[in-house]
Design a binder for this molecule. Structure first.
Ligand code: CAA
Length: 248
């Protein structure tokens, strides 16, 4: 069987970096996506991974732009090959209480965290349908499930991500494509590090596991969903939050 190709948006970022590594270790050819202004950072990341024995292709593109995504995916397909696995992981926060939230804060988060899922998935789904195989994994958040003070924009976008998953899962299931959501809780990355120390401590105090999660713990789950044997798992939201929000 030819080596399957995985594309991870935000693939050099906090959680994305671990996802890229996990998929590479599982034997997939991995393309890590990055935001164009982070070119230097991406190249340093790639060199560091190489030192550790992991080879990655890089792909530059602003996931909030449909045109950028069209170009980015065409470029990956011509340089590397068709995408079998897509992990939509790129995301940002612009935390503000609603009365302080400006249109720009709302639009940036909706464009990068939700429109991006359309923009990128739209480019790869036809190829997956033709080849009768695909894995699409959308990274949402516990805060999409339960809402978070200071995150009307982020909570709305992340809740929207799972709506997308549930609908698309039904449309493509007959063609061997699974579509799932992973909703991480508070994971130790730069994004959660940016929360004010006092607020962060209050949040961690509410987590039954008594700690933040690690990017590797999220990546492990992504690896499972990409396995050949995961072909019957679709339309599901996986919670990985140390017990912060428990539902069924
Ligand atoms: N519930 C109720 N009231 C709260 C509150 C809460 N959780 N947090 C703050 N308040 C109150 C304060 O006590 C204060 O009350 P008073 O005005 O009566 O003193 C008021 O709200 C403060 O309101 P402000 O608009 O002035 O808020 P601020 O500018 O000080 O801070 C904030 C707002 C930056 C959003 C801050 O609340 C914050 O950082 N919250 C955490 C947001 C968060 O969890 N982000 C997650 C980022 S990581 C991520 O998103 C990854 C993931 O998927 C999990």
């Amino acid at each position: 069987m030819t080596q399957r190709i995985a594309f991870v948006t935000g693939g050099i970022g906090g959680i994305g970096s671990s996802i890229s590594q996990e998929l590479a270790r599982k034997g997939f050819k991995v393309v890590a996506g990055y935001y164009p202004p982070e070119k230097d950072l991406a190249e340093k990341w790639q060199a560091k991974q190489r030192e550790q024995g992991l080879e990655f292709e890089l792909a530059s593109g602003d996931v909030s732009s449909y045109e950028d995504c069209e170009k980015m995916i065409k470029d990956i397909e011509s340089r590397v090959g068709p995408i079998d696995i897509l992990v939509n992981c790129a995301g940002i926060t612009r935390d503000k209480t609603f009365r302080k939230m400006e249109l720009g804060h709302w639009q940036a988060v909706m464009a990068t965290n939700l429109n991006s899922v359309f923009n990128v998935t739209r480019q790869v789904v036809d190829g997956m349908l033709e080849r009768n195989w695909g894995r699409i994994i959308n990274i949402s958040s516990v805060n999409g499930q339960r809402g978070q003070f200071g995150q009307t924009n982020y909570s709305a976008a992340k809740a929207g991500v799972h709506g997308f998953t549930m609908a698309l899962a039904q449309e493509v299931a007959r063609k061997g494509i699974t579509v799932n959501t992973i909703s991480p809780g508070y994971i130790a990355t730069e994004m959660t590090q940016a929360i004010a120390e006092e607020v962060r401590q209050q949040i961690v105090a509410q987590i039954p596991a008594g700690r933040m999660g690690t990017p590797e713990e999220v990546a492990f789950l992504v690896g499972i969903l990409c396995d050949e044997r995961a072909g019957y798992i679709t339309g599901v939201n996986y919670e990985i939050n140390g017990g912060l929000f428990i539902s069924f």
